[in-house]
Design a protein around this ligand. Structure first.
Ligand code: NAI
Length: 243
């Protein structure tokens, strides 16, 4: 079992799905975990369910709020070892039907929100010259998806945030990686039609949709010392769907 005892971790968008499963997985491995959600009471409930030490309100599109929260967590615990920039949204729209608002919300949450989080994490970790950051990309960021042009563009950007930040922060002892989940059974994909789910399962060599815990375990690996020489990677967690 991965040992993260003594580590301080922050997970954004931790109230449900992959974020909640990740907070749980890190706490189970011994880390002190702070999770965030847009709604404070839901964040507190999720923190209790995950065995996290605190649940705080945070909208990742608010750069100042991200910076203040990350600094506050690092100050309270004396350091920040692990940051998982998980918060994200997905809304489908076909070309010709994409509204400006959808572009703005998707890019401000998935791209700018991830950037704000990575930047704040880097600032907090730089002093100790150690740290591990994971961001949430997607297989559609690499391969595209009809009806998901905006989301795919945002997740391609997220993968390149990981690669660029890894190059920039490596000399400071900070590793930055991404996971690229396939189709994971969470609220985000709950709206997928049953035939689309069946089609995805049929095309997946491992023969099922992913669970939030599958992604959480990959993230736990990437932030642990087991991955001490791994940085700038985008790790597929997709049951082989893209093969
Ligand atoms: P989810 O919808 O169950 O959870 C997303 C979380 O992000 C929620 O807690 C939500 O409140 C939070 N969030 C959204 N906007 C926010 C904002 N502006 N500020 C703070 N928090 C915000 O989704 P799921 O499936 O757990 O996804 C987590 C991440 O994994 C996302 O970045 C998503 O794009 C990515 N992903 C998910 C896949 C899937 O199949 N479920 C596949 C590939 C990537």
């Amino acid at each position: 079992m991965t040992d993260l005892s003594g580590r301080v971790a922050l997970v954004t968008g931790g109230t449900r799905g992959i974020g909640l499963a990740t907070a749980k997985a890190l706490a189970e491995a011994g880390a002190t975990v702070v999770l965030t959600g847009r709604d404070e009471s839901r964040a507190k409930e999720a923190a209790a369910a995950a065995g996290a030490s605190a649940g705080l309100a945070l909208d990742v599109t608010d750069a100042k709020a991200v910076s203040t929260l990350v600094r506050g967590v690092a100050k309270e615990h004396g350091k920040l070892d692990i940051v998982v920039a998980n918060a994200g949204i997905m809304e489908d729209a076909l070309l010709g039907m994409i509204k400006e608002d959808l572009v703005d919300t998707t890019l401000s949450t998935n791209v700018a929100g991830t950037l704000h989080t990575v930047q704040a994490a880097a600032r907090a970790m730089m002093r100790k010259k150690t740290g591990a950051i994971v961001v949430l990309a997607s297989i559609v960021g690499e391969y595209g998806s009809a009806g998901q042009t905006v989301y795919a563009a945002s997740k391609a950007a997220v993968a390149n945030i990981a690669r660029s930040a890894a190059k920039e922060l490596g000399r400071s002892g900070i590793r930055v990686n991404a996971v690229a989940p396939g189709v994971i059974d969470t609220d985000l994909t709950a709206g997928l039609a049953e035939d689309a789910k069946a089609d995805n399962i049929a095309r997946t060599p491992l023969g099922r949709l992913g669970a939030a815990e599958d992604v959480a375990k990959a993230i736990r690996f990437l932030v642990s010392d087991e991955a001490s020489f791994v940085t700038g990677q985008v790790l597929g967690v997709d049951g082989g769907l893209v093969l």
